[in-house]
Design a protein around this ligand. Structure first.
Ligand code: BTN
Length: 246
């Protein structure tokens, strides 16, 4: 499953995820290829949002995985592997990162990275995967967003290439370590989960409430205890309001 033997660096593109998808239509991309862009003018985020970054300051890239062969019901393991690779990358730089369900990486309660995974299925199996990563590296002005970057946390400029190579290396290591031991993967994921066992504010269709995040089910649904009752939520069914419970 090794990635990173081929890296294509684009100056400007709509979205690196879209670029991979276009190459796939013509069968013009090999497994493991990384598409890096200095600028994305229509970067995509989760929940149909945009991903906007200043050109050249942060990493925006996609990785293409072919023949993934993961059952659709187990697609969450892809998210877990990418998240743990990012946590390991930041740990190497002495930053304590946490995984904010479902696709964000947080440092000191602020978002430092986001992941957008797009799968192509064959029957009930994921055949091809596009992993899009936006990782804040050198940006320091986040306006009103609760976000941060490696430089913002540590003060020093970091070459983008160093961080990308580090991701490639750690993704390859994380994949080979955990793909044969999914219970260990799950355990590591939970060990690094933001606000696990901490009471915080959430909102579901019934309103805003104090909830205790207990973990994530193998299906990828979030498990939250609310006044002693356990509920599981899909991405669109729950909103995080604040890390402080009332
Ligand atoms: C999120 O947190 O909402 C996910 C953000 C994912 C952004 C990355 S940047 C590279 C890749 N190309 C895209 O258009 N999106 C992902």
């Amino acid at each position: 499953m090794e990635i990173g033997r081929k890296i294509i660096h684009l100056d400007s593109v709509d979205s690196t995820n879209n670029y991979v998808a276009k190459l796939l239509q013509g069968d013009e991309i090999d497994h493991g290829t990384v598409i890096l862009a200095s600028e994305q003018y229509a970067g995509k985020g989760q929940r149909s949002s945009e991903w906007v970054v200043k050109p050249g300051e942060n990493l925006t890239f996609s990785v293409f995985l072919d023949n993934v062969n993961v059952a659709v019901g187990k697609q969450f393991i892809l998210t877990q592997i990418v998240s743990l690779s990012l946590v390991a990358l930041l740990k190497k730089r002495n930053l304590k990162a946490e995984i904010k369900w479902p696709n964000d990486i947080f440092v000191n309660g602020k978002k430092i990275a986001g992941v957008l995974i797009e799968n192509q299925l064959r029957s009930t199996t994921i055949q091809r995967t596009i992993i899009g990563v936006g990782l804040n590296v050198n940006e320091i002005d986040f306006k009103n967003f609760t976000a941060t970057s490696i430089k913002n946390e540590q003060g020093a400029f970091v070459p983008l290439n160093d961080v990308l190579y580090s991701f490639i290396d750690l993704f390859n290591k994380t994949w080979s370590t955990f793909i044969s031991d999914l219970s260990l993967l799950d355990q590591q994921y939970h060990n690094n989960l933001y606000l696990r066992n901490v009471s915080a504010r959430y909102q579901d269709q019934l309103g805003v409430f104090n909830g205790l995040l207990l973990g994530v089910e193998p299906s990828g649904k979030l498990l939250i205890e609310r006044e002693g009752v356990l509920a599981s939520y899909d991405l669109k069914e729950i909103k995080f309001i604040s890390q402080n419970a009332l």
